[in-house]
Design a protein around this ligand. Structure first.
Ligand SMILES: [Zn+2]
Length: 392
């Protein structure tokens, strides 16, 4: 029963009473009833809870509660709207849209407004809101292009950053629209080879490795052939004696990072840590300073190139790759692949670490004998015919 129905019933009851009794008795009775009614109303008002209408249903709420308190306490279905992204309209802040609007007796109410008994509240759910957008000018990073087929990396053009104007969602950061103001030009890294002289350079990556590096050093000693070992800092720390032996026997140690990581996309801090970490470890353990750098997996980009140069290193890839690290690579196939591909100025990629290199070790004397027979001399990277100097 709602409160207006209740008051109608009591009026009807009182009218019937007055008609069936004398006026005096009636007035007296009415006075008693009125007093009792007032008392009941006050008692309810002071000690109990009072009825209000919320969206057509009756709720008992605390006396003097504010609109905000009533919404918080009652299981009311009206919810605020959500904040949506400017791109795909997904919800980015639940409840971050328009808030629930409250009307008390048909008039929009403030949240701190007190509600009186019998008031009628109407709750209007909040609608979803789309986040505002903002315009920004951003730099387009310099892309990297690698050209040529030689081993030594040089920079042919530094490239330049571009500029783009983007419209982004102010809350989500989503790109709503973008426009290129100035296109970026790529950094061009050129792989160069000094041809001419019949020389090749042997390189061994991913060591030093127990037993295997020693076996390779034994073969190189017997054959009187120098090589460059691109070592990993972590391995140098574990195998300092092998690292020292590489240097002591006239070979070169190159930098192949501290943890053998992919440098593309690495932060400047990571690049510095990986490059310096390996060079420092080699210096501490052997007294030698790496001059050449080989990026793990051959992966390099503009920022990595700059970090390598800033660290005083020369980046080098390879021109002959028999893929001796592949599972099932067999000594005969490794040797034949190298012998067939070798040209004046070739840089040959082999591995002394990173796994079982028994087939590489078996192939090595064969490679050396065959290339010697063809008139090749083995040199360190420093002694390759000088690569054209880049302007950067
Ligand atoms: Zn490697």
């Amino acid at each position: 029963m709602d409160s207006s129905a209740k008051s109608r019933d009591s009026h009807t009851a009182m009218a019937t009473y007055i008609h069936s009794h004398t006026a005096r008795t009636a007035l007296k009775a009415a006075g008693i009833l009125a007093a009792f009614g007032l008392f009941a109303f006050l008692a309810q008002g002071v000690f109990g809870r009072v009825p209000v209408q919320i969206d057509g249903r009756e709720y008992l709420v605390g006396v003097g509660d504010s609109v905000a308190e009533i919404i918080a306490e009652q299981p009311i279905a009206a919810h605020p709207g959500d904040l949506l992204s400017a791109t795909d309209r997904r919800v980015i802040v639940a409840g971050g849209g328009e808030q629930v609007e409250v009307r008390v007796n048909g008039t929009e109410a403030r949240l701190d407004e007190r509600v009186r008994p019998g008031d009628t509240l109407e709750l209007i759910p909040g609608v979803d809101k789309v986040e505002p957008t903002a315009e920004e000018t951003r730099a387009i990073p310099v892309p990297t292009t690698i050209v040529g087929k030689g081993a030594v990396l040089t920079m042919a053009a530094p490239g330049s950053a571009g500029i783009e104007r983007v419209v982004v969602g102010a809350v989500s950061g989503d790109v709503v629209a973008s426009e290129t103001v100035l296109p970026a030009t790529p950094m061009v890294l050129r792989r160069v080879n000094g041809g001419g002289k019949k020389v090749v350079a042997l390189t061994f990556d991913d060591g030093p490795w127990p037993t295997q590096t020693a076996k390779i050093l034994d073969i190189l000693k017997t054959e009187r052939v120098p090589a460059t070992f691109f070592t990993v800092g972590l391995r140098v720390k574990r195998e300092p004696k092998l690292a020292k032996r590489i240097v002591d026997e006239g070979h070169a140690i190159g930098n192949h990072t501290y943890h053998h990581i992919d440098l593309t996309g690495a932060t400047p801090e990571v690049l510095k840590r990986e490059l310096d970490g390996e060079s420092d470890m080699v210096r501490w353990m052997t007294g030698a300073t790496p001059k050449w750098f080989r990026p793990p997996m051959g992966k390099i980009d503009g920022p990595a190139y700059k970090a390598i140069k800033a660290a005083g290193l020369r980046p080098v890839l390879w021109t002959v790759d028999p893929q001796d690290w592949r599972k099932g690579a067999e000594a005969g196939a490794i040797a034949k692949s190298v012998i067939a591909a070798a040209k004046p100025g070739s840089v040959i990629l082999l591995h002394d670490g990173g796994g079982d290199r028994a087939q590489t070790i078996k192939a090595l004397p064969w490679i050396i004998h065959e290339l010697k027979k063809k008139g090749y001399e083995f040199v360190l990277l420093d002694d390759l015919p000088s690569a054209p100097k880049s302007s950067w």
